[in-house]
Design a protein around this ligand. Structure first.
Ligand code: ASP
Length: 443
């Protein structure tokens, strides 16, 4: 039997109408046997997410203020959902339970416990609505006492909880530590639960349903209406999220990508749209375009250390990297040539130790020249390399040069990922537009 694990985000579950859409999606394919759900999110831009209302309850409670207003807003959200679905559910009892906890009747209120109740209630309601089994991650998503996810234990426990079940709804975002306290992931963490559930049942597909059509080929704040990417590799996705695109968090991709489970980003409001498929290796017939997207990040600095014959085997580069390691200063890219090493480093991390670092480089390496440039942006041109993309890279670089954009470093490793370049911060937006124009024209 085919199995799909489907995670639905907050906007997909923000109202009774959204619950109905989810039911239609689930019933359209019987393989959708395991669902992971977030708490109700925003119904309109000024709306407040249930998780934020719960956090406000907690903040008021510990400051000794009344939390009743926020608690009644939480209650209202669920009341509306239940009424719209004509579902009976012990909401009064659940809200009373929350009130008791917030009042400190059973000891100091626990932030993570309160914060997690949005997912808990939503998962119970969804399970009732679909006739699926409710699975409480309190018993199968395991954290250590310091609040870190215990991945091996979670894999085992979650697999033991889910595998015997035919159809189940799992609450996202939380689990419990060894002392039995509820622990949450960082905000947006239901994606992590989704990926963990996928690992536990090893499905044919993991779907992540949200309110966007998929992953976009460029930042929509810079490029008007960028196209959706149809296929992407895990590696490209990691680069995209590293560059700050608000896509799935790396933690939410790694468990599924470790097992090579394909991830499909879909839109609950447009279920006919196939969205973006993220896979380990692109199928041959999907390798249509050598460049699929562009992403970048401002605020980079470049350090250039020059000395005749740095590559002569005397360990010049190793000493340079040791100097960085001693200060725990990460670098984004390192290019070495015959007479120079170039390092790209985040300016905010470099600033506090720049003077000392330069002093040490001069002392240890006696460079012929030590150069420094800041206010640079790093741009990744995404696409898994093959013969055609070499040509594509040249054309991208030519387009930027023609547009008068100075390219200060270029890095293309032997790996499959395409090209990384640096341009001045004030040319960042125009560089992204030029590259996107190339992507768009080349299809
Ligand atoms: N409800 C949580 C949040 O708003 C977790 C999630 O939606 O993934 O961050």
């Amino acid at each position: 039997m085919r199995t799909i694990v489907a995670k639905f985000g907050g906007t997909s579950l923000a109202s009774a109408e959204q619950f109905q859409k989810v039911r239609r999606i689930v019933e359209a394919d019987p393989a959708r046997r395991f669902l992971v759900v977030s708490a109700p999110g925003k119904r309109f831009p000024e709306d407040i997410k249930v998780t934020d209302l719960l956090v406000a309850c907690y903040e008021n409670a510990i400051q000794g203020n009344s939390f009743e207003k926020n608690l009644s807003q939480v209650r209202q959200r669920y009341e509306e959902i239940l009424a719209g679905l004509s579902l009976s559910f012990p909401l009064d009892q659940e809200i009373d339970f929350l009130r008791q906890h917030l009042s400190g009747e059973s000891g100091e209120p626990q932030r993570e416990y309160i914060e997690s109740r949005g997912e808990y209630l939503n998962a119970r309601i969804m399970a009732d609505y679909l006739g699926f089994t409710f699975v409480d991650p309190e018993w199968c998503v395991c954290f250590s006492e310091d609040g870190k996810l215990d991945l091996p234990m979670t894999r085992r426990t979650l697999a033991a909880a889910l595998r015997p079940l035919q159809k189940a709804v799992i609450a996202g975002f939380y689990g419990a530590d060894t002392a039995g306290n509820i622990r949450t992931f960082s905000r947006g963490g239901s994606d992590v639960t989704g990926s963990l559930a996928a690992c536990a049942v090893n499905p044919d597909l993991y779907e992540n349903w949200t309110d966007v059509p998929g992953l976009l080929a460029a930042d929509p704040h810079i490029v008007e209406n960028p196209r959706t990417v149809e296929y992407m590799s895990y590696r490209e996705l990691r680069t995209l999220s590293y560059m700050g695109a608000s896509v799935l968090h790396t933690d939410a991709v790694l468990p599924a990508s470790d097992l090579g489970i394909p991830i499909n980003i879909r839109n609950t409001n447009d279920p006919e749209n196939p969205g973006t498929m993220i896979v380990r290796k692109l199928p041959k017939d999907q390798k249509k375009y050598p460049v699929i997207g562009v992403a970048g990040r401002k605020g980079m600095s470049v350090i250039q250390v020059e000395k005749v014959m740095v590559s002569d085997g005397s360990g010049f580069s190793a000493i340079m990297l040791d100097i960085l390691k001693k200060r725990q200063l990460p670098f984004e890219h390192c290019l070495t040539g015959i007479d120079a090493i170039t390092l790209v480093i985040r300016s905010d991390l470099l600033a506090p130790c720049k003077d000392e670092l330069f002093e040490e480089i001069r002392r240890e390496l006696h460079p012929d020249y030590l150069g420094f440039r800041e206010n640079l942006s790093m741009i990744a041109i995404l696409g898994e390399r093959d013969t055609e993309s070499c040509d594509a890279n040249i054309q991208v670089l030519q387009a930027l040069t023609r547009a008068g954009i100075e390219i200060s470093t270029v890095n293309q490793g032997a790996g499959k990922l395409n090209l990384l370049i640096c341009v001045p911060d004030d040319k960042y937006e125009s560089a992204i537009r030029e590259i996107y124009a190339y992507i768009n024209n080349s299809r």
